[in-house]
Design a protein around this ligand. Sequence first.
Ligand code: SF4
Length: 63
Amino acid sequence: MRINVDYDRCTGHGICESLAADLFEVGGDGMVHLLSAGLPEDRRAVVESAVAECPTQALSLDG
Ligand code: SF4
């Protein structure tokens, strides 16, 4: 499972971070940063929630 971030769309709302602070962090640059290169399969549900709830559709999921 891999998360893709479209940095042209991310506006740093931080909804993803509020759902999974161990996976997403909004940096001082106002963009989300992924904190884990390999995403554990058991976090799929929360990652899918982040993808669905991102207000700018900046997140997508491969695999
Ligand atoms: S919820 Fe979407 S717009 Fe907000 S920080 Fe996360 S990826 Fe960026």
